[in-house]
Design a protein around this ligand. Sequence first.
Ligand code: DP6
Length: 314
Amino acid sequence: VKPSAEAFAPSNIALCKYWGKRDNALNLPVNSSLSISLGHLGTHTRLALSDSGEDKVLLNGKEQALDSPFAAKAIAFWDLFRRDQILPIEINTTNNIPTAAGLASSASGFAALTKAINEFANLNLPIDVLSAFARMGSGSACRSLFDGFVEWEMGQLEDGMDSHGIALEASWPDLRVGLVKVETGEKAVDSRSGMKRTVETAHLYQSWPMQAAMDIQKLRQAIADKDIDALGMTAEHNAMSMHATMIASWPPLLYWQPASVAVMQNVWGLREQGVSVYLTMDAGPNIKLLFEADQEAAIKAVFNDMEVVAPFAS
Ligand code: DP6
């Protein structure tokens, strides 16, 4: 190994969601998904051999107890690589995702950790293999190995090595992602257990793989045409359909808060006034908006504290 190594990976938002696994241990999905990476918003990870001889994990500058969920997951991931070698590590993770945006960071976290391990241990692995490794940390992380639009091909192989991200050749300089945070004191069910519950208990889930497959086709076309209405409509419909399967689970899984619904209604109100804006949501109450640069002022007039990301800005 090297004395130290570092890497950055962007956060990503799925336009066609990953929801449901065919293999829980390897994070192999039931359906392919498609996302947009958030440029410079993401996770920076630095690895070094630990001086103390003990593993050490820092998150945003603060040392984490080794039995905390964050540290335990990061160390378990490093264990996949060091196996039985004695290589105590210091993992130093910094997220630059504004906490105000309420974005999850496990995708960029495992992607950055995978890239940093590749450097640190001189593995020189190709990016699709790194993507498949990151997937084992968290499914959505396999998409954060790439910038821009990324498709995660579900794959067929049992070992999952064909289940990884692939970058789409596309640029869309005017595309914007708005992050609208909804405050909540509630502890959400994490996506891992949420999708398991959905797969096991929601009859409605049976139609999900077909919808996802159709939505990926529509998104590819919308991206090729730079058609914000086709892109936004498909992404919003996809997110709502995923949430429908969650609500149809038992016990019901509803990530929405009253404030999330208020944001939705404001988005739909803007659309009625002719503003081209669409929403998507993941396993939490926050809302992400999709629009083009020329609509930003009208949208900001309604959502004053929205964070705006330009995924293709250089
Ligand atoms: C709703 O990748 O967090 O955000 O593989 O269990 O770690 P694990 O799940 P995770 O699930 C993300 C679910 C989602 C949709 C998406 O990002 O595609």
